[in-house]
Design a protein. Structure first.
Length: 86
């Protein structure tokens, strides 16, 4: 249950839920584009992305000088949709 707890904790912040939603709609995105969307500081956004990545929700790849993020497991969208119905 530790893994499940870590995933739910990572999803427990509104900005992180919005990041997941954004990536589910757009697929692979450069961190610069994510930052533009949320108008968040780079350090704040990096912390949120790190938490999502450590929970196994996101994965990243380096493309040139930029880091791109995408959903590692799209089933997380099902969890969000279930929560919306409650």
């Amino acid at each position: 249950m530790e893994k499940e707890s870590k995933i739910l904790k990572a999803m427990g912040h509104p900005l992180r839920l919005e990041i997941i939603q954004l990536l589910s709609e757009n697929g692979d995105m450069c961190v610069c584009k994510i930052q533009e969307k949320f108008k968040s500081s780079q350090s704040n956004l990096s912390q949120h992305l790190k938490i999502l990545k450590e929970a196994g929700i996101l994965e990243s790849t380096k493309v040139g000088g930029w880091v791109h993020y995408n959903l590692k497991n799209k089933d997380v969208i099902n969890i969000i949709n279930i929560l919306k119905e409650i």
